[in-house]
Ligand binder design. Structure first.
Ligand code: AMP
Ligand code: MG
Length: 344
């Protein structure tokens, strides 16, 4: 199959992409979070193709992308009022809500669950594609399963050239990490994945919010988790990743003392001078955490190459969007963290 590259700026693109999706094809779509691999979320045969292209485990459900809050009731039942309050405040935007699924949503889309994850993306061209497709678009991140997510059209082409119908190029994603996922099927609501909408922002609407343990710790393959995606190895380059926490100088001393010739350092721009000779790669500025979330996956993909021994990674501290960056980086590192202020 020839994978067509469609520009988001071309006025014909939404119609073309929408038609491919309506006919059961696969289209990679730009969103403010990451690029998604989209198909008709109500068509099990089309959804199958997503799992096949990504090599995604069948029990890892997809997010249904819609054009707005008015569509929630088409695919979900027993929708609490707070879902509409969250949609009012954060949609279109990087917030996914988990709600009870109506029967029209295939089990293939929900990974066999009785709930469905639903979101309205901010990127205008993608909302127009969904509108013209006339169906909700199921779309996980467009990376091959387990690999760092795709934040440019080139990343998607690298993973899926010849395997999907089209890629809509909307430039680099602004947020750069996947959506925040909040489960509204229980009270208090539960944060399943941190993202661009922060826990602090969610608490302003929800009051109480529980943070699922899979956000901060490793869960084993056979554990029952609320968001099945969280139990799999994720976001990781081929080599070992070790997070080095602690102050700037102490971390640099630790890393420089342990650095071997084929290793790499993933750090903040501010730290580049400390790692001369250690092949440092900066993914953004510590002082502007949104540059770190926007740059993280491109950097992890850059480090996903044979021949690299080990990656020493620096991770931002604190809440807000830094919380999402910590979550992705910790997963990429399989939760291997050393504190340079305590380690030899
Ligand atoms: P991705 O699009 O690659 O970010 O994957 C979608 C994420 O949403 C995965 O981590 C899924 O486990 C999660 N997800 C999708 N549907 C549900 C659901 N019904 N309940 C809980 N988590 C879900
Ligand atoms: Mg993913």
């Amino acid at each position: 199959m020839k994978t067509r590259l469609l520009s988001a700026a071309d006025p014909e693109t939404p119609k073309l992409a929408g038609e491919i999706i309506r006919r059961g094809g696969l289209v990679a779509i730009p969103t403010e979070t990451v690029y998604g691999l989209g198909a008709d979320g109500l068509n099990p045969a089309a959804v199958d193709k997503i799992f096949e292209a990504k090599g995604r485990p069948g029990d890892n459900p997809l997010i249904l992308h819609v054009t707005g809050a008015a569509q929630i009731e088409l695919f979900c039942h027993d929708v609490p009022a707070v879902a509409y309050e969250l949609a009012e405040r954060f949609w279109p935007g990087p917030l996914t809500m988990v709600l009870p699924a109506k029967d029209c949503v295939p089990k293939r889309t929900t990974g066999g669950l009785s709930t469905v994850a639903i979101r309205c993306p901010q990127t205008a061209v993608t909302r127009e594609i969904i509108r013209l497709a006339g169906v909700p678009v199921a779309a996980p991140s467009a990376n091959l399963s387990g690999k760092p997510s795709t934040t440019t059209a080139a990343h998607v082409l690298h993973d899926h050239d010849g395997k999907i119908d089209a890629i809509v190029d909307g430039g680099p994603c602004q947020v750069g990490v996947e959506s925040t996922i909040v489960d509204l099927t229980e009270r208090p609501a539960r944060l399943l994945r941190p993202g661009g909408v922060t826990p602090e922002q969610l608490r302003e609407v929800l009051g109480e919010l529980i943070v699922d343990k899979a956000v901060t710790a490793q869960v084993s393959q056979d554990e029952v988790v609320k968001a099945p995606g969280m139990k799999y190895r994720h976001y990781a380059p081929q080599c070992e990743v070790l997070i080095v926490s602690g102050g700037r100088e102490q971390a640099a001393s630790y890393i420089r003392a342990h650095f071997a010739p084929n290793d790499r350092v993933l750090c903040f721009e501010e730290e580049l001078p400390l790692y001369e000779g250690c092949a440092p790669l900066a993914y953004g500025r510590e002082a502007a955490v949104e540059t770190l979330s926007a740059g993280l996956f491109a950097a992890l993909r850059e480090l996903d190459k044979p021949g690299i021994g080990k990656v020493y990674a620096r991770c931002p501290e604190g809440g807000g969007v830094a919380y999402a960056v910590q979550n992705r980086l910790k997963k990429a590192a399989a939760f291997q963290i050393v504190n340079a202020e305590e380690a030899p």
